[in-house]
Design a protein around this ligand. Structure first.
Ligand code: ADP
Length: 470
């Protein structure tokens, strides 16, 4: 229960709603402070500034009755002035409601206040009949001879109380509407955001149980789309890795089991049948030895490939002549070519110097030539060519005229454990790793490589390395 509550309050939906509400409340608070609480003082302040200007302009025209009258009438108020010679004057443009001058008489209360004021200013807001408010402002001025004169101005200000009450009522409605709207927007928005994420989580849970038949749906947000895309890619990769793992286990166990069965069977044969027959026993021992050699090769190949894929194997780069290592490699096959009467034709241009790992390139050559010998054609011929292309690349081609490789298989031969003929054949018991190792080596060298093949006509395996000019 607590956990459910925790999950809900930490979910996107709740958090979005919460932030929306906080945001709306902040705006409402600002509105409340500025529109309602500060509205009245702001207005009064504004009006005071106005009235100060009027008082100043009256003071500037203190001797000019006409100007004072015009200013008072234009500003919809009434004024009282006491000139430097102490003569008093009152002008009224608002009639009865004037508080400082009424019925031709100056009310001395405000005038006395002003005279006694320490600041030389007075400012009052007074309420008259009804809800009418009056603003009174007075200021003491001085002539050059330091003689004082006084100006008081009185103007009605708009009754704000009812306006503020209306605004308060409206504010309650606005606040309610804003909160409702924020609730609706946050629910709508968080649904749109959480829906694809919930779907993604559901699919990811499936993925975690090892089911790769999943699809991460995209939403309308870029970030969610990126996540869905990455997860789709990951699940595809994982499924391929899983396939590979299954294949790998099947292949490795098959490749190890078959020679082990042979070794066991032949050892039993020696024990039970051929132990005393030297010729037969040697024949059986040869099978055991060759199967053990195969196992040895398989384990070494597996170790080398995994080392290379883990990036443990560093390249030992030197400049060397490719021609000489081709000759060395071809020489290694002397016994088998002699036995099977296979002819290796070597066509090498002179001075083909490259910058590479000698031992590793030799291994690639060994794999290519070894494969060509395994798949020789009727002419029993393998052709090894090395020449310079017009792009200053040294190109090595190993060609046989054997059965060739089906186009669909041609795309897979570089994968580990891939064998065109899945049946175990004693005569051609490759580990299925030769080309995968060659591919790793050539890619480490950033070499161009590939194979072309035609069914019934044979295959050519090639790679290219840049020529080093000495
Ligand atoms: P293996 O050690 O089993 O030969 P490779 O990785 O060297 O494994 O080769 C992968 C697959 O490519 C093998 O099944 C092999 O039959 C096929 N292959 C390689 N070279 C040739 C070739 N010259 N002609 C026909 N098939 C080939």
């Amino acid at each position: 229960m607590r956990n459910k509550f925790y999950r809900f309050t930490n979910g996107i939906a709740f958090k979005t709603w919460m932030y929306y509400v906080i945001f709306s409340l902040c705006i409402l608070l600002l509105l409340l402070v500025f529109q309602i609480i500060l509205f009245e003082p702001y207005y009064q302040n504004f009006k005071t500034k106005d009235i100060k200007k009027i008082v100043n302009s009256i003071a500037n025209n203190i001797q000019d009755d006409l100007s004072i009258q015009t200013i008072t009438i234009n500003n919809d108020g009434c004024s009282v002035i006491v000139r430097p010679d102490k003569s008093k004057k009152g002008i009224d443009a608002i009639g009865m409601s004037c508080l400082i001058y009424n019925n031709g008489k100056i009310d001395s209360t405000y005038l006395d206040e002003l005279k006694n004021s320490e600041t030389g200013e007075i400012r009052y807001i007074a309420e008259v009949e009804g809800s009418q408010e009056m603003l009174i402002y007075g200021k003491t001025f001085y002539t050059e001879e330091e003689k004082p004169y006084y100006v008081i101005f009185n103007t009605p200000i708009k009754p704000l109380k009812s306006t503020i009450q209306i605004m308060r009522n409206q504010f309650v409605i606005i606040a309610g509407l804003v909160l409702l709207l924020s609730l609706w927007i946050s629910i709508y928005f968080s649904r749109r955001l959480t829906k694809p994420i919930t779907n993604i989580t559901k699919e990811a849970k499936k993925l975690s149980t090892g089911s790769y038949d999943v699809h991460f749906e995209k939403g309308e947000f870029k970030e969610v789309n990126d996540l869905a895309e990455t997860l789709n890619y990951t699940s595809k990769e994982l499924s391929q890795i899983d396939e590979l793992r299954k294949d790998l286990i099947a292949n490795v166990s098959h490749d190890i089991k078959t020679p082990l069965t042979m070794i066991k069977a032949y050892a039993e044969m020696i024990r039970d049948i051929s132990g005393s027959n030297k010729k037969k026993r040697n024949e059986h021992l040869d099978v055991i030895i060759s199967e053990s050699e195969y196992l040895d090769r398989l384990v070494s190949d597996m170790r080398e490939l995994s080392k290379m894929q883990a990036g443990v194997n560093e390249l030992n780069l030197t400049d060397f002549d490719l021609g000489s290592i081709i000759k060395d490699t071809v020489y290694k096959f002397k016994t088998i070519t002699k036995e099977e009467q296979i002819h290796i034709e070597v066509d090498i241009e002179p001075e083909l110097v490259c910058h590479a790992d000698r031992t590793k390139i030799k291994e690639v050559l060994y794999n290519f030539i070894g494969n060509a010998i395994k798949h020789y054609g009727e002419d029993k011929k393998v052709i090894v060519k090395a020449f310079l292309t017009n792009k200053n690349m040294i190109r090595i081609e190993v060609t046989d005229h054997g059965n060739g490789i089906e186009p669909h298989a041609l795309n897979h031969i570089w994968e580990r454990y891939y064998k065109v003929d899945k049946h175990y054949q004693r005569a051609h018991s490759g580990t299925g790793l030769g080309l995968a190792i060659s591919k790793e080596i050539l890619e480490q060298h950033h070499a161009i490589y590939g194979a072309t093949s035609e069914i019934g006509k044979g295959s050519t395996f090639y790679f290219e390395l840049p020529q080093v000019i000495i």
